[in-house]
Design a protein around this ligand. Sequence first.
Ligand code: NAP
Length: 287
Amino acid sequence: MINKLCIIGVGLIGGSLARALRAAGHVREVSGYGRSIANLQLAVELGVIDRVEVSLADAARLADVIVLAVPVGGMAEILQQLAPLLTDQVIVTDVGSVKGAVVAAARAALGARFPHFVPGHPIAGREQSGVAASVPDLFRHRRVILTPGTETDSTALARVRTMWEAAGAETIELTAEDHDRILSVSSHLPQMLATCLMDMVVRHDDHRAILDCAAGGFRDVTRIAGSDPVMWRDICLTNRDAMVNALRQYHVELRDLISAVEKGDGEWLLDTFTRAKHARDALNRNK
Ligand code: NAP
């Protein structure tokens, strides 16, 4: 049970976590801190948070657990501002989609308080953003990846793990480096492909005709192109090496595909489509 939880950045993820913990009775009071007062007022009206913190100093002084739920590019500045305000009792965690850069920022900013920082990333989301899109069951039966280091305080880690379990999620642990490498393929690469496809089509001379003839496949593949641009800009800027590797690997696949189509290599095409179909069918069966 968390006595006082403070969410910094009450949007889709921060708002959904607050809703989930309230629904589970795992938190006594939730406050919110953020950039615009209008968003925080909306969060109060929607019953997502109980009250608005007007300063980071109040957020740090009054909370037992602080969750950073702002875009990854904003984490370092908030951690620097928070650092001198934290007491020994406060646990800080985050929900950022990239872990190496956030851990490095936390290490640099928090100094002796770094062991009480527990890095995390819920593998759940949707293409809408903002507190109005938050829902209490976003994390139910979903995974949350925690990336503690050797210095991470075991009590802080256990409390963050329990928090996510109360929100309905299963937690697993990875190193920050493994997280960023794996997610660059499972999450970041699909987003890049959806974005490139949508952007290519919309700039095509025949874009109206193409979109008029777009069926379920096009919609399925481009759905996530509707995600928040700031969030994805920040992910690209902070997980550069892993993303460039993933994009290069995909580039090789595309090059081979182009060559097979060009040469009319039916055997290569049938093998590739068959292999991918088996892999996709197995993914459906294992869900
Ligand atoms: P979101 O809905 O846009 O919410 C972000 C919130 O942070 C907004 O309330 C915004 O406030 C606030 N904010 C932005 N910059 C800030 C700053 N510099 N200082 C204080 N508050 C700031 O975004 P989200 O989808 O919840 O994403 C939040 C985090 O979760 C990101 O780190 C993202 O990588 C991670 N994540 C997202 C997903 C997903 O699918 N969306 C999934 C897993 C993890 P204003 O509205 O007032 O600007």
